[in-house]
Design a binder for this molecule. Structure first.
Ligand code: NDP
Length: 248
């Protein structure tokens, strides 16, 4: 299992921290050449050097169409291929309705949802030319299944990713490209740092496994979707949340 991924190239957006960093390291360990993408070149390079084995960093903003085109061009120039895209970059600033501005809303939708569209669009020509591709989107349980105060824009972006994913899966099936999404529950990452102990206590109490997940829990699900063995699986989701969305 997963042997077929050796020698393939994966692009991981938001690969410098948290879940993306976990995905990048897991895919590197599985033998893929990893391109770590983030806005900070230094942070992307740092993760690439942790991975070794030809991994490299690239600075690009997922909200910038030119940046996404440059990202795909750099992957092709460096490795000659783009086999897997993990569209993972995302932000989750909180703002309750009544305080949330139009700019706040656009910022979150622009990064999480439009950024997914832009990164996928940039990678498609190489995948179509090869007749093989795997797109794995990091969505969330928040939005598609649950809600959380302050995250109406975030929830909309994460539910939107699933709508995008399902139609992309239909359109791209004929090209040998699958499109799937992992839906994490609460995962320990730098991004959750500011939420404070009350948030973690509340979450742990609501999770049947009584603990937050790890980045490896998400990386393993992403790796399954990327595998040759998942070649007949498209337009699907895997919830990785310790049972949080189940009624207790
Ligand atoms: P982190 O804040 O830890 O990491 C976010 C990553 O995204 C960083 O590498 C950051 O790098 C990058 N990034 C942010 N904005 C941009 C941008 N505009 N262009 C390119 N890269 C960007 O977040 P997490 O690891 O926690 O979250 C990763 C994904 O997982 C997100 O999509 C999030 O919605 C999802 N998720 C997370 C959960 C959790 O519990 N942690 C739960 C459910 C879903 P840099 O700042 O250098 O650009």
């Amino acid at each position: 299992m997963l042997k077929s991924l050796q020698g393939r190239t994966v692009i991981v957006t938001g690969g410098s921290k948290g879940i993306g960093r976990g995905i990048a390291k897991r895919f590197g360990a599985a033998g893929l050449t990893v391109m770590v993408v983030a806005r900070s070149q230094a942070d992307a390079d740092a993760v690439a050097s942790e991975i070794g084995a030809g991994a490299f960093g690239f600075a690009a903003d997922v909200t910038d169409p030119d940046g996404m085109a440059a990202m795909a061009a750099a992957a092709i120039e460096r490795t000659g291929r783009i086999d897997v895209l993990c569209a993972n970059a995302g932000i989750f600033p909180a703002a309750k309705l009544g305080e949330m501005t139009a700019a706040d809303f656009d910022h979150v939708l622009g990064t999480n949802l439009k950024g997914t569209f832009l990164s996928v669009s940039a990678c498609l020509p190489a995948m179509k030319a090869a007749g093989w591709g795997r797109i794995v989107i990091t969505s969330s349980i928040t939005g598609p299944i649950t809600g959380y105060p302050g995250w109406s824009h975030y929830g909309a972006s994460k539910a939107g990713q699933l709508g995008f994913m399902r139609t992309a899966a239909i359109e791209l099936a004929q090209h040998g490209i699958t499109v799937n999404a992992v839906m994490p529950g609460n995962i320990f990452t730098e991004g959750l740092d500011g939420l404070g102990p009350d948030y973690f206590a509340k979450m742990e109490a609501s999770i049947p496994m009584r603990k937050l997940g790890s980045v490896d829990d998400i990386a393993n699900a992403a790796l399954y979707f990327a595998s040759e063995e998942a070649g007949y699986v498209t337009g699907q989701t895997i919830v990785v949340d310790g049972g949080q969305v189940l009624p207790e």
